[in-house]
Design a protein around this ligand. Structure first.
Ligand code: AFP
Length: 330
């Protein structure tokens, strides 16, 4: 931990990033931290401002878009489209990938993000989050193309999430461990609070939406039964319905979060590019693992920016056990 030192995210990034990453990548992460502060401030006021309720449009997933989703998406684009650090972006809220306007210098990174995951929880005051992943452009000479956006999680340069909970936390990894920062609302600074995060070897939770149980495959039901009957350790069940919050709790206490496929949702619900892959990257950096039930989420080549994928993520042995059960169905 921090030895009682007060370390801001800015100082941590400047001092811990390797030399090659101290330019654009560090600045990009710092801009995302600024975006987190702006979104957190608006989230905190959601009950006060006329910000609750639905925007007029429906997003590409066919879901009703909450106004706060639109706000968060807009903040991230406006913070990043003109900095000369990115050549493309992908947002859950936009049908197509986002090119950098021709009037701005283009950079060599690609930002993929879900601006506000778990947004159906906003009006009940439950934790929500932002998820992001950062890639290098496939070809830095080009101006940004779809293929720069469609990269497997294994090629992520950095990934992270912001949790808007009882406090606001930013958790990220640039491939050298996972580090967490808590926003001090009085100072407006993210302070290092969780250095070198690791999933505890002994898990505590499993997190699945059991409302779908009657639609699960036999193998899936057997896996849940196995989780429910573990003796050592005995696991307990927690499910928020806001993946960042579920993932974060299981990162701190150990466990497995899953959103499997079923006949109604053959590919599950979670999006590969800007939800599953970034969280799988964090999980691996913290000693855990993310899988679609048969392979690492990080090894999957996305074919579509909004592709969905079944997800099992958390302690490695719990996720590998899911793979073992699921392999019986193939
Ligand atoms: P929303 O952003 O529409 O609230 O969806 C959030 C989410 O993709 C993910 O954060 C949750 O884990 C999952 O959906 C919950 O879905 P169910 O309500 O079907 O369990």
């Amino acid at each position: 931990m921090t030895n009682n030192q007060i370390i801001t995210i800015e100082r941590f990034l400047l001092e811990t990033q390797p030399d090659y990453a101290r330019g654009d990548l560090t600045a990009l992460l710092y801009d995302l931290a600024l975006g987190a502060k702006i979104i957190a401030a608006q989230t905190r006021r959601a009950g006060l401002l006329d910000i609750l309720g639905f925007a007029d449009n429906v997003n590409v997933q066919g879901e009703e878009q909450r106004k706060l989703d639109v706000f968060a998406d807009d903040v991230i684009v406006r913070l990043n489209d003109h900095t000369g650090r990115l050549c493309a972006m992908v947002s859950e809220e936009r049908e197509d990938w986002i090119p950098i306007p021709a009037k701005y210098t283009k950079g060599s990174y690609v930002l993929v993000y879900d601006p506000l995951d778990g947004s159906s929880n906003i009006d009940t005051n439950i934790s929500i989050g932002t998820i992001f992943g950062i890639y290098h452009a496939v070809d830095e000479q080009q101006r940004g193309r779809l293929e720069d956006c469609l990269q497997p999680g294994r090629d992520l340069v950095a990934a992270g999430y912001i949790l808007y909970g009882t406090s606001t936390m930013l958790v990220y990894s640039a491939g050298q461990g996972v580090h967490g920062f808590t926003l001090d609302p009085a100072w407006g600074e993210f302070l290092l609070s969780h250095e070198g995060m690791r999933i505890p070897e002994t898990p505590t939770y499993f997190s699945f939406n059991h409302a779908a149980a009657s639609h699960w495959s036999e193998e899936m039901k057997q896996y849940i039964d196995w989780l429910q009957h573990l003796d050592e350790p005995v696991l307990t069940q927690r499910y928020i319905g806001s993946m960042v919050a579920d993932f974060h709790r299981n990162l701190i206490y150990g466990g497995v979060f899953g959103y499997p496929s079923d006949p109604r949702k053959p590919d599950g619900k979670i999006r590969l590019l800007y939800e599953a892959a970034p969280l799988a990257f964090i999980a691996e950096q913290a000693g855990g693992y993310g899988s679609d039930g048969s392979q690492s989420l990080l090894d999957m080549q996305p074919t579509h920016i909004h592709q969905r994928v079944p997800v099992f993520i958390g302690n490695r042995y719990l996720v590998e056990k899911a793979e073992a059960f699921m392999s019986a169905s193939s």
